[in-house]
Design a protein around this ligand. Structure first.
Ligand code: 8YV
Length: 332
């Protein structure tokens, strides 16, 4: 009997969801949350036919060097800036991600984070826990309205559109900017108007970042962009930390040139820029926008489907549901 393919699961995920991998493969699973060294990943991947990884695992040329058997990398997450797609494609390795299943949950969280920042919820809770309620006054902790305000969405993919749909229930005006303009029917369904980048910033009451991270979007929200926002505006980031220049953001907050910020992602996560922790008017969460139990399970299930199919097994053998570089020549 020929040897079964070997796959690596880089982080502890839901064991019962992963169990399907065992029907087809020899599975080697990491038991603790781990930041693997590139050399360790390389040593593992040289023995593997496939791997299921998360955003904790950068996979590029260094990690796949000499990994002759490796044919598939399934990323648990819609964003895949942890993968060097050019290097994977050049090596004939099929990469996949987990879109769609997290759209609504992530949009819920983005909307909630924007509201929490606008209404100063974290600051209010810290104030309460510090025992300061005795000094409550009528003008304590006043926030900005969300209903009826102008929502500005930068990046109008599936999650951006889902946030726009939520905004209609709050009577908001939604503006968006995107690499390309959406079809009129989608704009109408989301009740969203396309504007240029500068106009988006200038008119925003609440700016929400939902765009992919790339060299082009690195520090797109820098001091110059922040200066275009109005001083009462809020900034919410559920995309990737590297899109925002965090020092420029702290400068803007410290000089009252920005109303508030809600951040779920950070440039050096899990390490935080210490200046962010000093800001009063920020809500900080640890990259949990897709983190409902049902959604995280669905993400792992989709990654499992992708890996099984990419390695030529299951009902969709050879046709994984959500490939990233589907056009590559399979070297198998
Ligand atoms: C995930 C995310 O938690 O999907 C994404 O792009 O950032 C999050 O939903 C993360 O990718 C897990 O690997």
């Amino acid at each position: 009997m020929s040897e079964r393919p070997r796959v690596w699961v880089s982080q502890p995920l839901f064991a019962d969801v992963l169990a399907r991998l065992g029907e087809h493969f020899e599975v080697e699973a990491t038991r603790e949350v781990t930041r693997h060294e590139p050399a360790a990943v390389n040593a593992i991947l040289r023995r593997m036919d496939g791997a299921l990884v998360t955003l904790n695992d950068p996979i590029g040329a260094e990690q796949i060097a000499g990994a002759q058997r490796l044919r598939a990398i399934a990323n648990v997450g819609v964003g895949y800036n942890n993968l060097d797609i050019a290097a994977l494609s050049a090596a004939g390795i099929l990469a996949s991600n987990t879109p769609d299943v997290l759209t609504e949950t992530t949009a819920d969280f983005g909307f909630a984070l924007m509201m929490a920042a606008a209404r100063r919820m974290s600051e209010a809770e810290r104030w309460l826990r510090d025992g300061q309620w005795q000094r409550w006054s009528f003008d304590s902790l006043l926030g900005a309205d969300v209903h009826g305000a102008t929502l500005a969405i930068l990046g109008m993919g599936r999650i951006g559109q889902a946030i726009a749909r939520r905004a209609t229930g709050f009577g908001m005006r939604t503006l968006y900017h995107n690499r390309s303009r959406l079809p009129a029917a989608v704009e109408a369904e989301c009740k969203a108007q396309y504007v240029g980048f500068d106009e988006l910033l200038a008119r925003a009451d609440h700016l929400v970042l939902v765009l992919p991270y790339s060299p082009q979007s690195h520090h797109l929200i820098d001091a110059a962009a922040l200066a275009k926002l109005r001083p009462h505006a809020t900034l919410t980031n559920i995309a990737r930390g590297g899109i925002v220049d965090e020092d420029a953001l702290c400068d803007a907050l410290e000089h009252d040139r920005l109303g508030a910020a809600g951040l779920d992602v950070y440039e050096g996560e899990p390490r935080l820029n210490p200046r962010l922790l000093q800001q009063r008017r920020v809500v900080l969460t640890p990259h949990i926008a897709s983190g409902s139990l049902a959604t995280r399970r669905a993400m792992v299930a989709l990654a499992v489907d992708n890996l099984i199919a990419a390695l030529g097994f299951g009902p969709r053998a050879g046709d994984p549901p959500s490939p990233i570089n589907g056009g590559i020549r399979d070297r198998g």
